[in-house]
Ligand binder design. Sequence first.
Ligand SMILES: Nc1ncnc2c1ncn2[C@@H]1O[C@H](COP(=O)(O)OP(=O)(O)OP(=O)(O)O)[C@@H](O)[C@H]1O
Length: 231
Amino acid sequence: MITVQSLSHTFKIGKKGKEKKIEVLKNIDFQIQQGEIITIVGKSGSGKSTLLQTIAGFMKPDSGSIKVNNTEIANFNEKQSAAFRLDNFGFIFQNFQLLPNQNVFENVELPLKLKGVQASIRKHNVKIILEKVGLTDYADHYPNELSGGQQQRVSIARALITNPPIILADEPTGSLDSQTEKEILELIQQLNKIDNITFMIITHDEEVAQIADRKLRMHDGILLGDVKHVI
Ligand SMILES: Nc1ncnc2c1ncn2[C@@H]1O[C@H](COP(=O)(O)OP(=O)(O)OP(=O)(O)O)[C@@H](O)[C@H]1O
C-alpha cells in the first residue's frame, strides 16, 4: 500500500554561507501493507515526525520515492498533495488540532466541505461517523466543552469522514490519561479490524506500540526494521 524507497532529507539551518546541515532522513526504505498497524518509535529528534510529514506531502524530501498504491507522490506539487491527502490520508495529532470556534459536527464535516460534498450527504455521513466514535450526543458541543478523550474522538471522526484507507497519527494518545488512552487504542484497533484501515503511528509510548503488527525504530534518521521485542 505504501512503499518508501531511498527517502532522504536534510534541513539547512542558520545563515547562508554558514549553514549547518541536519540529515534527518537517511535513505529510508520500508513498506506498509494494507490493513497493518505499524508504529514508529525512536528518541526525540530522530526524524519520526519528518518522515510522517513527508509521506503526508506536507514536506518535500530531497530525494527518494513514496508510492501509495503505485502512485508516486514524492514529487507532487502543493495542490496535487492536498488533493491526494484528502482522498487517501486521515490525520490524528497529539493536540487534536480542532477548530475552537466550530462545534463537533462542523469540525468533522470540514473535510467533506473541502471535497465539495453536498450538505445533505455531509449531514448523513457526519451522523454515522459520530455514532461510530460514540459522540452522537455531543454534535453541538464545542471543543473546550469536551474531555481530552472526547476531543481525540472528534479528531478521529474528522480523520475518518472521507473514508481514507490510511491514517497517519503523531502521538495520538500523548495528551491523554491512561484510561482514556486505552479507550482510544481500542477504537483504533476496532477501526483497523472492522474497516481494514491502515495505521502508521508515531509514538513514545509502550502501550501504543503494543497494538502494532510491526514496530519500526528511527535512530538518527535511519529506520531500523521490525523491533518486536525492543522499545
Ligand atoms: N523545519 C525544520 N527546520 C530545521 N530543522 C528541523 C525542522 N523540523 C525538524 N528539524 C530537525 O530535524 C530533526 C528531526 O526532527 P523530528 O521532528 O522529525 O524528530 P522526532 O523524532 O519526530 O522528534 P519528537 O519525538 O521530539 O517529535 C531535529 O533535529 C529537528 O530539530
